[in-house]
Design a protein around this ligand. Structure first.
Ligand code: ADP
Ligand code: MG
Length: 678
C-alpha cells in the first residue's frame, strides 16, 4: 500500500525504520506532520564570501570545492570527527564535521557546495565547523534551516519534504473558507506550505509564513473559546439578593480608589447574571486587587455562596488568607486556609466544614481543587496571578460545583492583544490608578563598583526604620558566577550589613520556615531579607522601602517590574537599586526602560517588543499549546486580525458545524488534544 499523508513517517519512500525513529524523536510521526515541521529561518547562500574575507568566530557563507576527504576518526566517548580539505580557488579551509557521518558522506571529492557555518582559526589556518550545505549547482539559493537532530541531514529532510508535499498537492486542501482568505489577504494553504519549505523568493517565504502564523493564532483563539464554552452555560449561582456593600466599605481602613470601586461594581453586576462571570481583574503591582476580591467574596457570602481563592504559592496563599480574614472576619464571615502542607487530619476537618457550608471563603494553593474537596455551593472562584497556572488546572477549578463565577487577578499587565489570546474571551476590569499617597519607586542601575555605596544607602534607610530586600538569582553557589543567597547572606552578615538582622528566604525552604521568616519580616523583627525571586509575586510588606537586585541582567523586564513592586507599598519614599556588570546592549536597554518608568503596561509592551511574543508563548506557564510558527513570525497586527476573524467565525457558527469550518475544527482538536484528553 502506498504511503499516505497520515501513515507512519517510516513508510515514506527512502525513510525506513531507522530514520523514521529519528523523525519520531522530533515529534514527526507522519508525512503530514513533516510538512508542519516549519523552518526556523532561511539561509541565503547567494551572498557568499571568499575564505580570506570570512569573519572569525562568526557564521559565514562560502562556496567551496572539496579536494580531499580524510577518513573519519573515532575518538574518545564515541565521538566521530570527519575532516575534508576545501578551497574557494584561492585559499584553503578545513571542514570539520562532528558526529555526522551521513552528512559527511553527502560531500563528494571534487564537488562544489555552498556552505554555511562557523569559521574559526587564525589568519593562516581556517576551519569551518559542521556546515550546512547545498550543491553548488542549486538554482534556488534561499534555503530553509530546520531544527534538526543528528543523522537527519538537511538534504534528506528536503527530499522527504518534497515527497510529502507532492502527496499533499495531489489532493490539495484548504482549511480556511475563501471569504476569509480574501478578507485578510492570505495566500492559499498549498502555496503557503510549498513556499515555507521551497520559497521562490524571500517575499514568497514571508507571505507563506504570514498565512501559517495566522492559521495558528486563529486556531489557538478558537480553541481557547471552545474550551471556555462550557463556562458560558447557565450558572446555578445567580446572586441577585441585594447586599448592603456599605457595610463592607465602612470597615475598610482606607477609601477605595475610583478604579477599585468601578471594578467592584462590574463584578457585582456580573454575579447577578445567570451566565457565569469570566472576568480578568488586571492591576499593576500594588494597585490593590485583593480588597476588590474581598468585596466580591463578601457579596457572594451575603448571597449564601462560598468563594475560593487560589494562589500560585503557599506564601502568597497565607498572605491572602491573612488579608482576607482581616477584611472579612469582622463582618462575620468564616475564612479558612487550605494548603498542601496541612496534616491529613486538618485537611479532612476543613473538607467537612467546606461540604457543610460552614466556611464562606477558602484560600489555598492548588490543594483546593483536588478531586476530594467538595463544596456545599461554590459560587465564586478567584485565581491570583493566573498566568502561573496551567490551562488544565484552571479547567479543573472551573468544573468545581457547576460553572461558578470566575475572577482572575493578574498583576502582569499583559498587552490587550496577548491577554485576549491567553485568556480568551474574558471581560477585563483594569485598575490603573495606584492608591493615594503612593510614590513611584526611584530606580537606579549601577555596576558592582558601586555596591558598597549602595549598601551605605541601604543602611541609612534601615536606620530610619525601614526594611529591605536583597534579591539574588541563585540559592547555592555554582560555577555560574551568579550571586547565591546563602553565601551572600553569610558575607553580608560580616560585611555590608554587619549589625543588622538579616534572614534568608528561598524556594528550597519548607513552607513552615518560609512562613516563619515572612512573619518575622512583616512584624519588623527582620530588617533585611536576602531572597530569591520567591518574593516576586504578591508579597506585601508596606514598611519595606529598599530593594537591591543583584545580577539584574538575569531578569526580564516584567520580572524586574514585579520584583520592584514589593517596595513602595506604604507611604514611604522607596528605592530600587539594580546591580549589574553586564555590558550587553540588551541589558543596557532593559535597565534604561525599568529606571525610566514604573508604568507596568508600558514596561510590558516594551518587553513584548524586545523579546517578541515568543517568550510569552514559549514558556509553559500558561499551559497553552506551543506555537510553532507564530511565536517567531507574528506581530500585534496579525494577532488582532486573528482575533477579529475568530470572533466572526464563532458568531456565525458557534459550534464550528458548517462544512466550510470542518477542517479547521479537526485541526483545533488536534492542537488542543493534550488539553482535552489529559
Ligand atoms: P496587589 O494589587 O499588588 O495585589 P494588594 O492588594 O496587595 O495589591 O494591595 C497593596 C497594598 O495597598 C495593601 O497593603 C492594601 O491594603 C493597600 N491598599 C489597597 N487599596 C488601597 C487604597 N484604596 N488606599 C490605600 N491603600 C490601599
Ligand atoms: Mg496581589
Amino acid at each position: 500500500m502506498p504511503a499516505t499523508l497520515f501513515s507512519g513517517i517510516e513508510y515514506l519512500k527512502g525513510v525506513g525504520k531507522a530514520r523514521g525513529e529519528k523523525y519520531r524523536k522530533l515529534g514527526i510521526k507522519s508525512p503530514y506532520e513533516l510538512i508542519y515541521h516549519i523552518p526556523r529561518t532561511y539561509l541565503d547562500f547567494s551572498n557568499y564570501v571568499p575564505v580570506s574575507q570570512t569573519v572569525l568566530n562568526e557564521y559565514n557563507v562560502l562556496k567551496l570545492t572539496i579536494f580531499r576527504k580524510m577518513p573519519p576518526q573515532r575518538i574518545r566517548g564515541g565521538l566521530v570527527i570527519c575532516k575534508a580539505a576545501a578551497t574557494d580557488g584561492i585559499d584553503d579551509i578545513l571542514i570539520v564535521i562532528y558526529n555526522n557521518v551521513y552528512g559527511f558522506q553527502a560531500l563528494k571529492e571534487g564537488g562544489t557546495y555552498y556552505m554555511y557555518g562557523k569559521v574559526t582559526g587564525n589568519l593562516i589556518r581556517r576551519e569551518l565547523t559542521s556546515p550546512v550545505f547545498i550543491g553548488g549547482t542549486e538554482r534556488v539559493l534561499i534555503q530553509p534551516v530546520y531544527p534538526l537532530t543528528q543523522g537527519l541531514s538537511v538534504n534528506m529532510v528536503r527530499t522527504n519534504m518534497r515527497q510529502a508535499l507532492n502527496m499533499m498537492s495531489a489532493e490539495p486542501f484548504e482549511t480556511l473558507p475563501e471569504d476569509i482568505l480574501r478578507k485578510y489577504g492570505l495566500c492559499p494553504l498549498m502555496y503557503a506550505l510549498e513556499n515555507i519549505h521551497f520559497p521562490e523568493s524571500e517575499e514568497a517565504a514571508e507571505t507563506a509564513r504570514r498565512r501559517l502564523a495566522f492559521d495558528e493564532l486563529l486556531k489557538l483563539q478558537l480553541g481557547m473559546s471552545v474550551l471556555k464554552r462550557g463556562n458560558r452555560r447557565n450558572t446555578a449561582h445567580r446572586m441577585d439578593s441585594d447586599v448592603d456593600m456599605g457595610e463592607f466599605f465602612r470597615k475598610l481602613p482606607f477609601e477605595m480608589t475610583d478604579d477599585q470601586k468601578k471594578a467592584v461594581s462590574e463584578i457585582i453586576s456580573d454575579l447577578r447574571q445567570d451566565r457565569p462571570m469570566n472576568r480578568l481583574l488586571q492591576g499593576d503591582v500594588g494597585s490593590g486587587k485583593t480588597v476588590v476580591a474581598a468585596a466580591a467574596c463578601f457579596y457572594a457570602a451575603k448571597n449564601g455562596e462560598q468563594s475560593a481563592l487560589m494562589a500560585p504559592t503557599e506564601i502568597l496563599a497565607i498572605q491572602h488568607f491573612n488579608t482576607l480574614s482581616g477584611f472579612l472576619e469582622p463582618l462575620g464571615l468564616t475564612v479558612c486556609l487550605l494548603t498542601g502542607s496541612l496534616t491529613a487530619k486538618k485537611k479532612a476537618a476543613l473538607r467537612e466544614r467546606l461540604a457543610s457550608g460552614e466556611i464562606d471563603v477558602i484560600v489555598g494553593t492548588h490543594a483546593i481543587i483536588q478531586k476530594d474537596v467538595e463544596y456545599k455551593s461554590l459560587g465564586l472562584v478567584i485565581t491570583d496571578e493566573q498566568h502561573r497556572f496551567g490551562v488544565a488546572q484552571r479547567a479543573a477549578l472551573a468544573e468545581k460545583g457547576g460553572s461558578p463565577h470566575k475572577l482572575v487577578m493578574s498583576a502582569t499587565p499583559i498587552p490587550r492583544t496577548l491577554a485576549l489570546i491567553i485568556y480568551g474571551d474574558l471581560d477585563i476590569s483594569a485598575i490603573k490608578q495606584l492608591p493615594k499617597g503612593r510614590k513611584p519607586v526611584n530606580t537606579y542601575a549601577v555596576t558592582g563598583k558601586l555596591r558598597h555605596r549602595a549598601f551605605a544607602f541601604v543602611r541609612d534607610r534601615l536606620d530610619e526604620g525601614r526594611q529591605a530586600y536583597v534579591v539574588c538569582p541563585m540559592i547555592e553557589e555554582s560555577e555560574s558566577d551568579l550571586f547565591a543567597v546563602k553565601v551572600y547572606a553569610e558575607e553580608a552578615a560580616e560585611g555590608d550589613l554587619k549589625g543588622y538582622t538579616i534572614a534568608l528566604l528561598h524556594g528550597r525552604m519548607n513552607t513552615a520556615e518560609k512562613e516563619k521568616t515572612m512573619k518575622k519580616f512583616r512584624d519588623g523583627e527582620i530588617q533585611c531579607l536576602i531572597c530569591t525571586t520567591v518574593v516576586e509575586v504578591g508579597v506585601d510588606v508596606p514598611n519595606a522601602a529598599v530593594m537591591v537586585i543583584e545580577n539584574a541582567e538575569r531578569f526580564g523586564l516584567s520580572q524586574l517590574h514585579q520584583l520592584r513592586g514589593r517596595v513602595g507599598r506604604g507611604g514611604f519614599e522607596s528605592t530600587c537599586i539594580l546591580i549589574t556588570d553586564s555590558t550587553s546592549e540588551d541589558c543596557k536597554k532593559r535597565m534604561k526602560i525599568i529606571s525610566s518608568t514604573t508604568d507596568g503596561f508600558k514596561i510590558s509592551e516594551e518587553d513584548l517588543k524586545m523579546r517578541g511574543p515568543g517568550d510569552f508563548f514559549g514558556n509553559a506557564q500558561h499551559g497553552l499549546p506551543p506555537l510553532k510558527i507564530a511565536d517567531i513570525a507574528c506581530n500585534t497586527e496579525l494577532m488582532e486580525m486573528a482575533q477579529i476573524c475568530a470572533k466572526e467565525i464563532l458568531e456565525s457558527d458557534p459550534e464550528l458545524e458548517l462544512p466550510k469550518h470542518c477542517t479547521l475544527k479537526i485541526d483545533i482538536m488536534r492542537l488542543f488534544e493534550k488539553e482535552i484528553t489529559g
